[in-house]
Design a protein around this ligand. Structure first.
Ligand SMILES: [Fe+2]
Ligand SMILES: [Fe+2]
Length: 284
């Protein structure tokens, strides 16, 4: 085991020990002004609850795409990540129901054709390593988006004076996200260093054609993500947000491109979300 592998193992053990899933009865759902709170943040809670609850599908997708994962990956997603994320989803969903909204509509069991195809091709070992890299890159972008979004949501909830929600819902959730990001970042760096030239080339190609903001699998969801960006005031600084989400991805995949601040496909995807939200509002 080399130094990075050792660090990864210690990191996962520490997460398991220091971050048990949030206790459901530690949460105080008291909202002082439910009307204005729902109006401003209801849709953000819904989006985040859905994405968090859909980790159950992500686990199935992972099994289809990477049928034979390294022990450390399995340990992370089965013993640490999935149990934590499910609680995040249950808590956020309960909060939106308390506000009078319907629960999130989740898709928990449809593993897409693309992923099943990747899984089939993945029986070829060299290709499975490409899939693993895509998995770590997706994990990194997703968790980094979560860290940034929960920070902004926490600030907004405090600004509205909703202390119970800020302190017992958003703060405990946002504390667990950086550890997930760190896992994917360490894994991505380690794995990238092992890939051959043709594998790196394929990772760049596949990432370029498949990148999407977290949870945005349909045009409607992309528009909803655009609305979330608007409410969390990300829209005013889209490229900055895109740059922060993809910082390590740019460093690893695009090191040869001097002066490139954000991978083009990342910047484009976030701008598309904003445009899609504007277009949908005009139709409505
Ligand atoms: Fe989460
Ligand atoms: Fe997470």
């Amino acid at each position: 085991m080399n130094v990075t592998e050792q660090r990864l193992r210690e990191h996962v053990d520490r997460l398991a020990e220091e971050h048990p899933p949030i206790e459901l009865d530690s949460v105080d759902y008291t909202v002082r002004a439910p009307g204005p709170f729902e109006e401003r943040f209801g849709h953000v809670l819904d989006y985040m609850a859905r994405v968090e609850l859909e980790v159950d599908r992500n686990v199935l997708e992972l099994a289809a795409m990477l049928p034979d994962p390294p022990e450390i990956d399995r340990h992370f997603y089965a013993d640490v990540w999935q149990p934590q994320e499910i609680r995040h989803g249950l808590i956020l969903d309960r909060l939106q129901v308390e506000l009078g909204r319907p629960p999130a509509e989740t898709n928990l069991d449809t593993v897409g054709f693309k992923l099943r195809l990747l899984g089939a091709l993945g029986r070829h070992h060299g290709f499975q390593d490409v899939c693993r890299m895509l998995y770590y890159l997706t994990g990194m972008a997703t968790e980094r988006s979560a860290v940034l979004a929960y920070n902004l949501l926490h600030a907004g909830v405090e600004e509205m004076g909703e202390q119970a929600v800020a302190q017992t819902v958003i703060a405990p959730i946002k504390r667990q996200e950086p550890g997930h990001y760190a896992f994917y970042q360490l894994s991505a760096r380690l794995h990238w260093s092992r890939l051959a030239g043709w594998q790196r080339w394929l990772v760049r190609r596949m990432r370029t054609i498949s990148f999407a903001p977290v949870g945005a699998n349909t045009p409607r969801q992309l528009a909803e993500f655009g609305e979330l960006m608007e409410t969390l005031r990300i829209t005013q600084a889209v490229d900055d947000f895109a740059a922060r989400v993809s910082m390590v991805e740019r460093e690893l995949l695009w090191a040869g491109r001097q002066g490139l601040r954000v991978p083009t496909y990342v910047a484009r995807a976030f701008r598309d979300a904003v445009d899609q939200a504007v277009a949908n509002r005009q139709v409505a």
